[in-house]
Design a protein around this ligand. Structure first.
Ligand code: GLC
Length: 576
């Protein structure tokens, strides 16, 4: 791999730049893809029960195609008791009746392909539902049996086994162990669940678990999926002996507990699992992908997950959590590109998903210390929506100018904020219930989408009902209103995404514009200067054609106001 160069004058444009990332070899679609996350229960309810469904997604594919996306990633739609909104899977090779049928799924894949869109599904290999047939068999079988060995059962500590086997905590709060009652009615062993007690962790030291998941991969690959987003991919293997851990439950670093020492995350054996999955995907046609959801830091370590024979992509959570600070943002972009370039993988960029507060709301807070999984509740400081939206549009435009892969989360193209005022009785996230309401959880970012201003449930559901309440202000953010307004967030997304594709920015390069003021993030990619002003003063822009503006007027007359972003196509100098 070529080394980054020193600051130099770009021969094409005459700007003083510092190259960081050079155009990568390889033209596979996933190196520059835009992947749109659909959260099925909140996308579009065609069957009229207040929960979105697969038919609803199929019906709206033309609207998704207008966003120039390459693929849709579907959060889980498998048979599930829905204790964690489907991330508690009871049957991996089925569709839950609330979402439709396997025939609906096949129809969706076929229809998406007609629009040039691949369907990526969510693989949840760390845990299943406690209603899964394998876990039910484990409960019915004796301690030490092969059925129990599919999961992580241990005897408790203490004289009568009354204490959990170690001190690990669940991501959603409370202990990560639950004690069972043995078939003979006596208090028995404990099983590990890094998430809710209804989500027992599989034992990936057992080859039978590998076999089970290879079967599941093939089931969906045979149905034509474009690949898998792999849920909590960093947690599959646990350190042998399951030693105590005093650090954070989510494995992020804290005082005295660096994340890389967490015994439940990022263990070496994981790479062999990814390699075997990669071989399976490679044995299919159509360039299918694996993308890891892995909260592993630092990014140099994360990059090991996307070596050429492992996953194709991994989410970049350092980027998602970037604060409104130009120097920190530049640092994250540069270290990400450098780390992923060193293994020949694309860097990915993301600002929102179903586990975090939407970026419109995050950027509307004065300061925040939101962890993944935390939400904003009625008693918390409320975001400033106007400021948040202006900043979110700027951050989005900058992101869409970056080389590599991009992930979008449904509703961000409408500039939706979180619903921060959901009354407690509607809350469904296990985080809320497991912490006695202390952490409100993630429901605020999962509210059903507004399609039509004047329809009940804003057109989300044919029956006018919605599984979570929608905020009253969402009428003006509805899709039909935004379609009519050339300056809307929706039309801004369409324009920027179309341009990203036309100018091939996803498959480009990145060189910092070194004369940019310290509070400004600015880089050149394929002859376009992407620039965002995170400071308090307007800045002068170099001459060029303004091709995209984060809000109307941003970047006009050679000036960029605070909280605005723009793309300037730089004039190409005469070679003579
Ligand atoms: C992932 C999912 C999240 C889920 C958790 C447990 O982080 O994105 O929604 O609760 O895994 O499966």
């Amino acid at each position: 791999m070529e080394k980054p160069l020193e600051a130099t004058v770009d021969p094409q444009t005459g700007l003083r730049v510092k190259p960081v990332h050079l155009r990568q070899p390889g033209h596979q679609w996933w190196r520059s893809s835009v992947i749109y996350q659909v959260y099925p229960r909140s996308f579009r309810d065609l069957r009229g029960d207040g929960v979105g469904d697969l038919q609803g997604i199929a019906a709206e594919l033309p609207r998704l195609a207008e966003l120039h996306i390459d693929a849709v990633w579907l959060s889980p739609f498998y048979k599930s008791p829905q204790k964690d909104a489907g991330y508690d899977v009871e049957d991996y090779c089925s569709v839950d009746p609330i979402f439709g049928t396997l025939e609906d799924f096949d129809a969706l894949v076929a229809e998406a392909s007609r629009h040039g869109i691949r369907i990526i599904v969510d693989l949840v290999p760390n845990h299943c539902s406690d209603q899964h047939i394998l876990f039910q068999a484990a409960l019915a079988a004796p301690a030490g049996s092969p059925a129990r060995d599919m999961f992580i059962f241990r005897d408790g500590r203490g004289e009568h086994g009354e204490l959990p086997p170690n001190n690990w905590e669940s991501h959603f709060g409370g202990p990560a162990w639950t004690r069972i009652t043995e078939p003979d009615g006596t208090p028995g062993q404990w099983y590990l669940h890094l998430f809710d007690s209804s989500q027992p962790d599989f034992n990936w030291d057992n080859p039978a678990v590998h076999d089970e998941f290879e079967r599941i991969l093939r089931f969906w690959l045979d149905r034509g999926v474009g690949g898998f987003r792999v849920d909590v991919a960093h947690a599959l293997i646990k350190k042998s002996g399951l030693p105590d851990w005093g650090g954070r439950a989510d494995g992020s670093s804290s005082e005295g507990f660096p994340g890389h020492e967490a015994p439940m995350f990022g263990q070496d054996g994981i790479h062999d699992i990814f390699r075997s999955w990669r071989q399976i995907l490679d044995s299919y046609d159509g360039d299918r992908v694996l993308c890891a959801e892995a909260t592993i830091d630092p990014v140099e370590r994360l990059a090991q997950w996307v070596r050429p024979d492992e996953m194709h992509q991994t989410f970049n959570f350092a980027y998602l959590h970037h604060p409104w600070d130009a120097s920190k943002l530049r640092g994250i972009i540069e270290s990400s590109l450098t780390a992923f370039d060193s293994v020949g993988a694309p860097t990915t960029w993301v600002l929102s998903n179903h586990d975090v507060v939407r970026h419109v709301s995050r950027f509307g807070l004065q300061a925040h210390d939101l962890r993944s999984g935390d939400g904003i509740g009625p008693l918390d400081q409320q975001p400033d929506h106007e400021l948040g939206l202006v900043r979110a549009r700027a951050a989005t435009l900058l992101m869409l100018g970056l080389p590599g892969g991009v992930y979008l989360y449904q509703g961000e193209e409408l500039g939706l904020p979180d619903h921060t005022m959901i009354p407690h009785e509607f809350r469904q996230d296990p985080t809320f219930h497991r912490t006695g309401g202390e952490r409100v959880g993630r429901d605020g970012s999962r509210v059903p989408l507004p399609w039509r201003k004047d329809a009940p449930s804003y057109g989300f559901s044919e029956a006018g009902i919605s599984w979570l309440p929608q905020p009253p202000e969402w009428g003006r953010l509805s899709r039909d209103v935004q379609e009519q307004d050339p300056d809307s967030t929706l039309n801004f997304y369409k324009h920027a995404l179309g341009l990203r594709r036309r100018l091939d920015l996803g498959h480009g390069s990145l060189a910092w514009w070194v004369q940019a003021p310290a509070d400004v993030v600015a880089f050149v990619n394929n002859g376009v200067l992407a620039v965002m002003n995170m400071g308090a003063e307007p800045v002068e822009l170099p001459a060029g054609e303004l091709v995209a503006a984060s809000v109307p007027g941003a970047g006009a007359h050679g000036k960029l106001e605070p909280d605005h972003a723009a793309w300037i196509r730089l004039p190409v100098r005469d070679a003579a």
